[in-house]
Design a protein around this ligand. Structure first.
Ligand code: ATP
Length: 253
C-alpha cells in the first residue's frame, strides 16, 4: 500500500482508496469493488464527508435493533473486508452478532481469504463457507447458512446490492444497510438505511453499542418503534442540498 502522509487534506479518503486497491491486489476484493468505492466517494463529497444528524439517528436505531435481536448477523463482502474488518469484529463482539461472508463475485479463494482476514482481526467464527440454504435470487448472493443470514431476524448488510436487500426485507427481517447513496435501491428498500461512509458508520455504531448495551430494554424498543426511515432518507437528501447550497454561496463570494 502506498504511504499517505497523515497531514494530507484528503488523508481518510485516499487511505480508504488504498485499502480497497490493496484488497483487489490481495485477491479478496473484486475489481468491480473499485467502481463501488468510487461511487461511494462521490456521494461522500456531496454529503461533506461527515456523519450527518440523520445518519447518527439511523446508526442509533440500528444498534438498538442489533442489541434486541435474537439472531443478529453482519454480512461481509470484499469491500467491507478491505475497508474495516476490525470494526466489523468489534461491532459483532459488542452486539453479539454473528459474521457471515456473502459475495456477489463468489469464489472459494475469495471466501477463504476474507474469512482469514476477519479471523486475523479477532473473529472467533465466520460463517459463509458452507452454505446450506438459499435465498430466492439467481446469483451467488443467494448462498447463505441456515444458522446465519437465512434465520437472522436482524441483518446488517453494508454496501449491499438492491436485489438481496429486497429479498431479505420480503423475508420479514429487519434489514440495516450502510450506503452513501440515499437514492440507491438498497437505501430505499431497507428497514434502517444508514447514509454514511462505511468506516465512519461502523466506528459510530461500535461507540453507540458500548453505551447502549447498558440501557434498559424498553428504551431500546422505544428507539425502534419511533424510528422513521422515510424521514431519514428525505433528511439525508436535504442535508446534501443544504451542503451544496452552502458551497454555492462560498463560491459566489
Ligand atoms: P442498488 O442496487 O442498491 O441501486 P448500486 O448498483 O447503486 O446498488 P452497488 O454497486 O451494488 O450499487 O453498491 C455500491 C453502493 O455502495 C453504492 O451505492 C455506493 O454509494 C455505496 N458505497 C460504496 N463504497 C461505500 C463506502 N465506503 N461507504 C458507504 N457506501 C459506499
Amino acid at each position: 500500500m502506498t504511504d499517505i502522509p497523515p497531514d494530507h487534506p484528503r488523508y481518510e479518503s485516499l487511505l480508504a482508496r488504498e485499502k480497497v486497491a490493496a484488497g483487489v491486489k490481495m485477491g479478496f476484493t473484486s475489481i468491480q469493488g473499485l467502481i463501488a468505492q468510487g461511487r461511494g466517494e462521490s456521494f461522500d463529497y456531496l454529503l461533506g464527508e461527515r456523519s450527518t444528524e440523520s445518519a447518527l439517528y439511523a446508526e442509533r436505531a440500528a444498534v438498538a435493533a442489533l442489541l434486541l435481536a435474537e439472531n443478529p448477523v453482519i454480512s461481509v463482502n470484499g469491500n467491507v473486508a478491505a475497508l474495516a474488518p476490525e470494526k466489523v469484529v468489534a461491532l459483532a463482539d459488542l452486539t453479539g452478532a454473528k459474521i457471515e461472508v456473502n459475495l456477489f463475485h463468489r469464489t472459494e479463494t475469495r471466501m477463504h481469504l476474507i474469512i482469514e482476514q476477519l479471523k486475523a482481526c479477532g473473529a472467533s467464527e465466520v460463517l459463509g463457507k458452507n452454505p446450506d440454504a438459499s435465498l430466492d435470487l439467481s446469483h451467488d448472493r443467494r448462498l447463505v447458512e441456515s444458522r446465519g443470514i437465512y434465520s437472522a431476524d436482524v441483518v446488517l448488510v453494508p454496501l449491499e446490492d438492491g436485489d438481496r436487500c429486497e429479498k431479505l426485507v420480503e423475508m420479514e427481517k429487519i434489514v440495516i444497510t450502510i450506503d452513501l447513496n440515499p437514492l440507491s435501491r438498497t437505501s430505499r428498500m431497507a428497514t434502517i438505511s444508514i447514509v454514511d461512509n462505511l468506516t465512519r458508520a461502523l466506528g459510530n455504531m461500535a461507540k453507540f453499542a458500548g453505551e447502549m448495551r447498558k440501557e434498559r430494554k424498553d428504551e431500546l424498543v422505544n428507539l425502534i418503534t419511533s424510528y422513521d426511515n422515510k424521514k431519514v432518507l428525505s433528511e439525508a437528501i436535504s442535508e446534501i442540498q443544504e451542503h451544496l447550497k452552502n458551497l454555492a454561496a462560498e463560491v459566489e463570494y
